[in-house]
Design a protein around this ligand. Sequence first.
Ligand code: UD1
Length: 416
Amino acid sequence: MSVIVVQGYYPLKGEVEIQGSKNAVLPMMAAAILHKGTTVLKHVPMIQDVFCMMGILESMGCVCRFCDHTLTVDAGELTCTGVSKERGRAMRSSIIVLGALLGRCGEADVYYPGGCSIGSRPIDLHLAALRQMGAVIREEGEALRACTRGLKGTDITLSYPSVGATENVILAAVRASGITVLRGAAREPEIDALCRMLSSMGVRIGGIGTSVLKIQGTKDLADAEYQVPGDRIVAGTYLSAVIAAGGEALLRNASPGQLACVLNIMREMGARIAVSGDAVRISMDGRPRAVSIETSPYPGFPTDLQSMALVLLSVGRGKGYLKETVFEGRFATAKELHKMGAEIIIEGTEACVTGKGFLKGAGVRACDLRGGAALAVAGLAAEGETRITDCGHIVRGYEDICGDLQHLGGIIRREL
Ligand code: UD1
């Protein structure tokens, strides 16, 4: 999928089922490595990052079957404890297999990961924590050669609640001897989901949902089946589409409990939102009100919805402010929005957006996964046609963004 074409300025109306969460399923797939048996994941999104992680698991000797959104991973026999440079660079989450491989096999050869270009994405916290657990890690250029005579549970404090570092420590701790206490852990719902999945495999984890996790190492893991939760960022994307274009929609499996901060901001912008179980009903008349938003780790406003927020402030009325505190390079989409008539002034990590009430269709480029999706949202709110190129980024995380937005009444299609 290289080009998405959107005809905008029509209000939306419809219903959509939200896909399984990308950021939840990837560490769960890495967790399957820990178990000499079978792990079944349900409601798995059919996205590029999942296919990429499947490739990584298969290259290690895992047998994967992916059918009808159910992924079965048999990690009975591992034949390789490394990830090739090409596979490692293809996605950020490739680094998550480091902790799992060290735990299961005592060695791992991986590469500095790739992924979206949204800022420098170091892994110093991952490496420091794993070293504290007894891993010896040599960095040779982009390659990382890790080994251990056995990981040991210990007391670790993360200086920043990195999602990936938290996942790596949890996965390493599962097979370490003794108890690992992780302080300053990320509290993102995807960490919760990983802990609950591991619990269903027989791992004892205390403090789930808090910033202090206690993981009891074990060799006794059981076959398990786990349902991947709905993707809160995809839900946030489609809610943003309704606010930008106006209209009404029902989103099912939208994990509203994980979107509390986002829903509050959207209400402040003027959206009417009702939650019922896992469903969210939204309606919007008129232009969004200008607000101030600051991204931060969960439970704050997610950095992954920052580009959508730029769109909403751009089609709104008045001056809105947005501060990015997680990834410094995440304002790349602003340059594309300028082509659509947006007035965004960026100084360092802060953006001042003067809402004009409308955008104009234009030719734009998807700079990263969420930025690309935000341009589709902008296109739905813009007068005329918007053509988004480089849409390969979007399929990394959205199973069928055009189909979903069509369900909501959007005039959007992809051109191959
Ligand atoms: C994950 C998500 C991503 C989301 C991000 C923050 C996945 C696959 N990706 O990315 O969608 O935007 O969380 O919610 O789940 N940092 C360091 N050193 C480290 C690790 C991180 O300095 O060792 C910094 C990063 O540069 C960044 C911040 O910490 O500024 C957040 O990164 P982190 O929470 O680790 O994000 P990811 O796990 O990469």
